[in-house]
Design a protein around this ligand. Sequence first.
Ligand code: GDP
Ligand code: MG
Length: 440
Amino acid sequence: LSERLTDTFRNLRTKGKLSPADVDGTVREIRRALLDADVALQVVKEFTAKVRERALGDDVNKALNPAQQVVQIVNEELVGILGGEQRRLELAKTPPTVIMLAGLQGSGKTTFAGKLAKRLEKDGHTPLLVAADLQRPNAVNQLQVVAERAGAAIYAPEPGNGVGDPVKVSRDGVEHARRQQHDVVIIDTAGRLGVDEELMKQASDIRGATRPDEVLFVIDAMIGQDAVNTAKAFQEGVDVTGIVLSKLDGDARGGAALSVASVTGRPIIFASTGEGLDDLEDFHPDRMASRILDLGDVLTLIEQAQEAFDEEEAQKVAEKLATEQFTLEDFLEQMQQLKKMGSMKKMLGMLPGMGQMKQQLDDFDEREIDRTEAIIRSMTPVERTNTKILNGSRRLRIARGSGVTVTDVNQLVNRFEQAAKMMKTVARGGTPNIPGMGAM
Ligand code: GDP
Ligand code: MG
């Protein structure tokens, strides 16, 4: 997914202003990229409609260029759908906290139960795993192995009791936790390969019997387009409170995350990223959005936005020069600024139409600035704003005051007048061609 979007934004980046046609083209690409990532069609439609509306509206960040504006909008919308702020597990005020797991068979419930138990143990809790998957012969045994590896206690029906009742086991498990002072109960339930009514009824009954604080829907991130129907079924059947995205260590690039979060309106709380019990991460909506958008590329775009912004500032200076009278006072102020910036070439290079002056600028001697500054400082304020009044005696006085010759003063005044003319030309968008610029 990220590669596709990267290409899309690369195309957009080379363009100028964002037109409705550009937006449509970009939105079409985003749409295709999301579909490629197995985001459900319905979710893709809603998402792209929102992005399009915002990109065409004037709710855009002026400091960013068009491509970056779209990146920002797409990113914000992604984070929004993925839950906005990171959401943590809700622990009950009066223990035990009851956490019920639901999901299809093979989605990663039992594995996640072990991961969560281990995490809780580490945080000082005393979790109890409850084996309420009595559907598959080996399920209880599997949870026992996981519990042992996690170093957590387990409540399971006695073997050889025939087919147990998962609702009763769940209820007894919570009761057991209360007596044994376990502060968190994790109920591992059964799953079928597809959504079916019997399974849903069982899950719903367990929910009713144990009144869990959290019902976590575990979904395989690789599930693809089926994510929407599965998530809808569980949302309606058991009313989940949060989502666990499993197998995020595979090829999945987040398509399921977007679909499930969007369809259920529930936050993704955990990301399961491997078969080991330590492969558990808190889910961060912003990081997932970055993963989808490809973080490195977004950062590059932000850098370019800054450059574009600097250019805009230079343009503003040029506009000021065009409308206001450029005086020696301004000239001095600019020189001091340039000295601060350390590079006159850089500054002038940003002005439009200055490209062909580069060679002349390369010959520029920064020590000239100091001499020029001394001369201007020896002028009166009136002389600085109006060079026309500089007669012979004034020029002599200035030369003496700054320790230069009258010829030096004459040269500066000439260069200034040429520069002032050039600034105006540049500001109007023309290409200046003034001899002697290199000696300014
Ligand atoms: P359940 O039927 O919902 O309880 O699913 P399981 O916990 O038994 O997991 C089914 C399979 O998926 C097992 O082989 C697990 O090792 C594997 N699995 C579970 N979670 C992950 C994960 O985050 N990453 C990977 N790669 N495999 C996982
Ligand atoms: Mg299981």
